[in-house]
Design a protein around this ligand. Structure first.
Ligand SMILES: Cc1cc2nc3c(=O)[nH]c(=O)nc-3n(C[C@H](O)[C@H](O)[C@H](O)COP(=O)(O)OP(=O)(O)OC[C@H]3O[C@@H](n4cnc5c(N)ncnc54)[C@H](O)[C@@H]3O)c2cc1C
Length: 380
C-alpha cells in the first residue's frame, strides 16, 4: 500500500514505523512542516507507566526514550507557601526535540520516508495514496479541510498558557499555585534534562490582562512571570523559545475517518496539558491504527472500523477526565481559600480517576493528613 502520514509528531512517527514493520512492502511517506530538529516548547512529561504501552510493540523505542528521560518520583504541590509531596505517580520528563529525534531515527531505520519542511495544506493526497493518516496535531489541516465530514468541534478554553523553560533545578514535578496582585498564577514545572526544566504557566484571562501580559513583549512577559514566581524560582530564570501566550483548544471529532483518510492523536481529539497525557494518547492511537491495518490487510474501511472500535471508549474516558481537570483549573479561585492539605486533596480528586481508597494505597501519609481534617475544612 502507499500510505501518506501528514505530521511527524509522536502519533505520525510511531504509526509509520509500526505499519512499515508489520509489512515492509508498504511505501510510507511522512510529511512534516518543520525542519528535522525544530520543535515548539521544551520538555514533555509522561507518567512512567505511559511507556508500558510500548513494551509489546517497540521495546527498543521505549528503552531509547527512557535513556533520554529524567525520572521524578512524585508531585510537589505548593499552596499558601506550603510544599506538599504527593506520592503514587512517577513521571519521566523528556525533551520534545529528543523524543522526536529518537522517533524519527526509529521510523527511518525501518524504511519510512521522512519528508521535512513540507506543509500539506489540503488532503489532495487522497488520490495519490491508498491511505492518508492525518496526524497533524491540534490545528490539523487534514481535519479542517474535510470538516464537513469529520464534524469536529474546536473549543477555545478560558485560561491563558505559556510554555517556558527554566534553569531551576527541579527534583519532582511541581505545581505552584501563586496568588499575585493580578490574580492566581499556576506553574506546572518538571525536569526534562539534567540542568533544565519545563515551566508552563497558566492564569485566567482576567489575571493575564491585569498583569499587562496582553501588551507585553517576550522580555516583559518573562520578567512579569519571574516576579510572580520569584519564591519558587529562587533567583533562577525562565527561558523563552519564541514562547507566546495561547489558549488551549479542546478538539472532539464526531467522525474519525472519511473515504481513505483517518485522523489520529491531537488531530482527532485533544486532552489537555493539565493532565499531561496528550503524548500517551497519541501513541495509543498510533498503536491501535497500526494493529488494525495489520489485522485487516489492505482493507482500509475494515481497518478504520477496528481502530475506532478499539479507541472510542478509552479516548472518551481520557477526554472526560481532561474536561474535569480543565474546569477545576478554570475555577481555582473558588478553592484558593482552602488550607494546603484540603486544597491538595481537592486537586487529587478533581478528575474522579482517584478515589480515597486509592489515595490511601498510593500515599498513606497524605491520606492520614486528609483524614485528620474536619469535613468543613475539606469543603471547597
Ligand atoms: C503547553 C503544552 C504542554 C504540553 N505538555 C505535555 C506533557 O507534559 N505531556 C504530554 O503527554 N503532552 C503534553 N502536551 C500535549 C502533547 O504535546 C500533544 O498531545 C502530543 O504531542 C500530540 O501528538 P501528535 O503527534 O498527535 O501531534 P503533535 O505533537 O502536535 O505533532 C503534529 C505534527 O504535525 C506537524 N504538522 C502540523 N500541520 C502540518 C501540515 N499541515 N503539514 C505537515 N505537517 C504538519 C507539526 O509540525 C507537528 O510536528 C502539551 C501541549 C502543550 C500545548
Amino acid at each position: 500500500m502507499r500510505i501518506a502520514v501528514v505530521g511527524g509528531g509522536p502519533a505520525g512517527l510511531l504509526f509509520a514505523k509500526l505499519a512499515k514493520q508489520a509489512d515492509s512492502t508498504h511505501e510510507i511517506d511522512v510529511y512534516e512542516q518543520n525542519p528535522a530538529h525544530a520543535t515548539y516548547g521544551f520538555g514533555v512529561v509522561l507518567a512512567d507507566v505511559a511507556l508500558n504501552i510500548l513494551d509489546d510493540v517497540d521495546s527498543d523505542l521505549r528503552r531509547r526514550i527512557s535513556e533520554n528521560a529524567e525520572f521524578q518520583t512524585h508531585i510537589t504541590l505548593t499552596h499558601k507557601g506550603e510544599a506538599i509531596p504527593l506520592l503514587g505517580n512517577a513521571f519521566m520528563g523528556v525533551s520534545r526535540v529528543k523524543l522526536l529525534q529518537v522517533m524519527q531515527e526509529n521510523a527511518r531505520k525501518e524504511g519510512v520516508r521522512l519528508i521535512f519542511e513540507k506543509r500539506i495544506a489540503t488532503p489532495d493526497l487522497r488520490g495519490d495514496y491508498d491511505l492518508v493518516v492525518g496526524a497533524d496535531g491540534v490545528n490539523s489541516a487534514v481535519r479542517t479541510s474535510l470538516n464537513e465530514f469529520f464534524q469536529a468541534t474546536k473549543e477555545p478554553r478560558l485560561n491563558k498558557w505559556i510554555w517556558y523553560g527554566t534553569t531551576k533545578r527541579l527534583d519532582s514535578v511541581n505545581l505552584v499555585f501563586q496568588p499575585s496582585p493580578y490574580g492566581t498564577f499556576i506553574a506546572h514545572a518538571y525536569r526534562y534534562a539534567p540542568d533544565y526544566g519545563t515551566c508552563v504557566i497558566e492564569c485566567s484571562e482576567a489575571s493575564w490582562r491585569a498583569a499587562g501580559l496582553d501588551k507585553a513583549n517576550d522580555e516583559e512577559s518573562r520578567a512579569i512571570c519571574e516576579t510572580v514566581f520569584k519564591d519558587f524560582l529562587g533567583g533562577e530564570s525562565l527561558i523563552s523559545n519564541r514562547s507566546l501566550w495561547f489558549t488551549p483548544e479542546f478538539v472532539t471529532s464526531k467522525h474519525w475517518h472519511h473515504e481513505n483518510v483517518v485522523l489520529i492523536g491531537d488531530a482527532l481529539k485533544t486532552v489537555h496539558p493539565s493532565i499531561g497525557s496528550g503524548t500517551r494518547v497519541a501513541l495509543q492511537d498510533a498503536i491501535a491504527l497500526a494493529k488494525a491495518l495489520r489485522a485487516n490487510s489492505r482493507d482500509v474501511q475494515a481497518t478504520f472500523a477496528q481502530f475506532e472500535r478499539e479507541r472510542r471508549g478509552g479516548a472518551g474516558t481520557f477526554q472526560d477526565a481532561a474536561m474535569k481537570s480543565i474546569l477545576w483549573y478554570e475555577s481555582v479561585d473558588e478553592r484558593m481559600h482552602l488550607e494546603p492539605v484540603a486544597f491538595a486533596y481537592d486537586y487529587m480528586m478533581r478528575t474522579g480517576r482517584v478515589d480515597h481508597e486509592r489515595l490511601r494505597r498510593q500515599d498513606p501519609d497524605f491520606a492520614a493528613r486528609v483524614e485528620s481534617l474536619s469535613q468543613d475544612k475539606l469543603r471547597a
